[in-house]
Design a protein around this ligand. Structure first.
Ligand code: HSE
Length: 574
């Protein structure tokens, strides 16, 4: 049966010029994950690696058997898949790098240009059901004897299509350095060639030079398998399938000018990620003390100490990571008033001023996005909008990574103060960890959740909070002895006339989905009007998971086009 909301994404060497570019591919995976898709990612070797390995293998093994050469070359894909798995984990995306041999990806024929003959989908399905992104090295397979085989140059395309076919994926997108199918290479000099929004398999075979592996197109044609060809963060890929040829203008890449306010734990991660995105030009960085960041490799002329000035500098997007409701509020007001879109991770700001800021954004046609304010890279705000025709009635979750981390450490025998210091050192705690411990950080998040659902009848003062102290944390040790765990549980009830919310310390048993929430992770159980109950989980705190969510909001604004075209979406208002 067709697997709804399963996408196979293939990242070719043309979008992997170096290892660092795998972080960019991780953004693409997160884009789909947070929209509720299950993702299988097929990765090629880093650009140039296959040629280099082939040359080296031929030099070393004069007259070597093709399987030996295949084994040497396969290392390129295995390496990039392993690195990609690490980038996903860093971003807080649960991944699983699979071994093509162990998932039964068999091929026969010539060892360097083999034909796939089988795949065992059961292990992949189990991993997908557990919420993992499955990462599979492209291009490589094994024969019946377990020897390495290669699927021919460009064979990662074939791996992706074979996986999409076997898994009955709803979509398969080959991600390359072009935005779709062209008559000739659009990057070559000369007049711009025709570009297509849709094409048949035969059209693709006739028109495509060497962008897609032709063996892969033939396979798709034989299986009547539709697929897409597009670029990173693309919205209008060419669809190839049982389709008439449809010519259309290229998909323009929108360049945005961006001001970054704050260069703390999260800000530094966001800067590091954004500086690698060709569609983003960072035009200002506002920090309290530029001298402190002299070694960060940031050009001096980008720095300002005035966040409001940075917010008004004419940037298209302002990313606010100062935190709190002082300077951050002034700067966000200034940005939205002048029509710049804002991305923020600041839950206190949205909880206390979300309504006002939403109105400012609407008035100026700017976007206001705050996905990172709740749950790090756990896409809870998106999840709350994931069921058309249904509405969340209750949310119950672990929403503060710091408290969860401390409770786990204390349960394992660590002194309370040491656990707090460790949470600070690892970048989980707020600048003022008192807000985490008092339950106010989780309370802010509940108010943000209510606000994102259009419920402005819940203010921070309405949320009943119970603080985590060394005394209450000590209960975690007793709970652990009985197989239970102590969690800080945040609850939002929207079922009555008025929104109600609590943050309390609760023991939860092994059957509770919140029992398995480890360390700084977050999770939430959502009860829906229809009676459905769903769960969502992820890394709730820390530099990279939070930066991932911020970057996803920025990339969404880039995709949406001019700010005035930005539609209201999850984790954001206009
Ligand atoms: N201090 C917050 C937490 C950071 O620990 O969850 C993420 O919002």
């Amino acid at each position: 049966m067709r697997q709804r909301r399963l996408i196979v994404l293939k990242f070719g060497g043309s979008v992997l010029p170096d290892e660092a570019s795998l972080a960019r591919a991780a953004h693409e995976v997160y884009r789909w994950k947070r929209e509720g898709w299950s993702v299988v990612a097929v990765v090629s070797a880093i650009d140039g690696e296959t040629d280099a390995r082939l040359r080296a293998a031929l030099r070393r093994g004069d007259g070597a058997c093709d399987h030996a050469i295949a084994a040497a070359v396969a290392g390129g894909e295995l390496h990039s898949a392993a690195q990609f798995g690490l980038f996903l984990e860093r971003a807080g995306i649960d991944g699983a790098v699979v071994n093509p041999g162990a998932i039964g990806l068999r091929a026969h024929g010539a060892a360097l240009d083999a034909t796939p003959i089988g795949l065992d989908t059961a292990p992949i399905r189990r991993l997908l059901d557990a919420g993992r992104v499955v990462v599979c090295p492209g291009y490589v397979a094994t024969d019946e004897e377990g020897r390495w085989m290669l699927l021919g140059r460009g064979g990662s395309d074939l791996t992706a299509l074979v996986l999409a076919d076997a898994l009955d994926a709803e979509r398969c997108r080959l991600v390359k350095d072009v935005d779709g199918l062209y008559d000739t290479d659009p990057n070559a000099p000369g007049p711009a060639p025709a570009r297509y929004d849709a094409a048949s398999w035969d059209d693709a075979l006739a028109r495509d030079g060497s962008i897609i592996q032709h063996k892969a197109i033939e396979f798709a044609k034989s299986r009547r398998l539709a697929f897409e060809l597009g670029k990173l963060n693309g919205s209008r890929p060419t669809r190839v399938g049982d389709l008439g040829l449809l010519e259309s203008a290229p998909e323009r890449t929108r360049q945005v000018r961006l001001a970054l306010l704050g260069l703390g734990v999260v800000g530094a991660g966001v800067f590091e990620s954004l500086r690698r995105l060709p569609e983003v030009e960072i035009v200002r960085v506002a920090v309290r003390d530029p001298g402190k960041h002299a070694c960060a490799g940031i050009p001096d002329d980008l720095f300002t100490t005035d966040p409001v000035d940075a917010a008004r500098c004419g940037a298209d997007i302002v990313v606010e990571l100062i935190g709190g409701t002082g300077a951050a509020l002034d700067a966000v007001r200034a940005a939205l008033t002048t029509g710049a879109s804002v991305v923020t991770a600041n839950k206190a700001l949205i909880a206390s001023h979300g309504e006002e800021l939403g109105a400012l954004a609407s008035a100026s046609g700017a976007g206001l996005k705050f996905s990172a304010s709740v749950g790090g890279s756990m896409p809870l705000l998106e999840h709350l909008r994931s069921r058309p025709g249904d509405a969340p009635r209750r949310v119950r979750g672990v929403l503060n990574g710091t408290c969860n981390f401390i409770l786990e450490r204390v349960a394992a025998g660590a002194p309370f103060d040491d656990a707090v210091r460790e949470a600070q050192r690892l970048g989980f705690a707020e600048a003022d960890p008192g807000r985490d411990l008092a339950g106010l950080d989780a309370a802010d998040k509940l108010v943000v959740l209510a606000h994102s659902l259009g419920r402005d009848d819940l203010a921070l003062g309405d949320v009943r909070v119970e603080a985590l102290t060394s005394e209450s944390a000590a209960l975690a040790t007793n709970a652990a002895r009985e197989g239970r765990v102590l969690r800080q549980v945040a609850e939002l009830d929207l079922s009555g006339g008025r929104a109600r919310a609590w943050v309390t310390l609760r023991e939860v048993g092994p059957d509770d989905p919140l029992h398995a929430v480890r360390l700084e992770r977050n999770a939430a159980v959502v009860g829906w009007e229809s009676g459905a109950v769903t769960t969502v989980a992820g890394r709730g705190a820390g530099r990279w998971p939070t930066a991932e969510s911020v970057v996803a909001d920025v990339l969404e604004l880039v995709r949406a086009g001019a700010p005035e075209e930005v539609a209201a979406g999850a984790g954001g208002v206009v």
